[in-house]
Ligand binder design. Structure first.
Ligand code: CU
Length: 239
């Protein structure tokens, strides 16, 4: 009994030490070059129901969300390393959220863990359907209707995949792209181009930045995380 208690105490201490030495990875992504102009989503404006939700100008695509100093949003930044594989905490993580607002997915770029719930909302007075078209083995296609004012739909993706497509067959311009990671160490850049990956166990890793339109295959950088964390910036090139 005494030994068991001692071992338990040592275990708790080890966990406490690991928490104490974990660091945050922070950084910023900027875009080099001039992105192509965004396209008008004319079929949305022309749609009898969805068009009414956009009384102003024709809504545009949001492929390159770039700030005044070239800050690039919607970049998925994922830590890679053998020690991280299979470390998903998705089953107990707070659900991620995708909404449909004005017949547009919000956000259009999302990252979640394997096994994490994704709640899809319908904020529109319009029927949508949520159709996933995965390509990774083990992720299955789903297609579910969602009435105006209907309850949230819940999706759970079991296997890692980059930019898994969510679409709406009623409105062919509607897409969201969900990257699924098998551990919790990833982030998506905000409008200011910055990201923070919290509580990373110390060690050497690769950090990879993916943008769906620029540098699609990802830019990888070596990173060493200490208790002080690490700082990594990326420059994405327009393709
Ligand atoms: Cu729709």
């Amino acid at each position: 009994m005494k030994l068991n208690r001692t071992l338990a105490a040592v275990g708790s201490l080890a966990i406490a030490l690991q928490m104490a030495t974990a660091g945050n990875i922070t950084g910023k992504v900027t875009l080099s070059g001039t992105p192509p102009p965004e396209k008008d989503i004319t079929p949305l404006k022309d749609d009898a129901q969805c068009g009414k939700l956009h009384p102003g100008p024709v809504p545009k695509t949001q492929f390159f969300v770039v700030g005044p100093n070239h800050e690039l949003a919607d970049v998925v930044v994922v830590l890679q390393g053998d020690s991280l594989k299979g470390k998903s905490t998705g089953a107990t993580a707070a659900p991620a959220e995708l909404d449909q607002i004005g017949c547009i997915y919000t956000p259009q770029i999302l990252a979640v863990q394997t096994g994490q719930k994704i709640h899809v909302k319908n904020s529109d007075p319009v029927m949508h359907n949520v159709h996933t078209t995965p390509t990774a083995p083990g992720n299955k296609e789903e297609n579910r209707a969602q009435l105006a004012g209907g309850p949230d739909l819940t999706f759970v993706i079991p296997q890692p995949e980059d930019f898994l497509r969510f679409k709406c067959d009623v409105h062919p311009w509607m897409f969201a792209w969900v990257t699924v990671v098998d551990h919790p160490y990833f982030a998506v850049t905000g409008k200011d181009g910055t990201f923070t990956i919290k509580d990373v166990p110390p060690g050497k890793y690769k950090l990879v930045a993916y943008h769906r339109k620029a540098a699609l295959k990802g830019i990888a950088k070596d990173v060493e995380v200490t208790a002080d964390g690490a700082k990594v910036d990326f420059v994405a090139e327009v393709k």
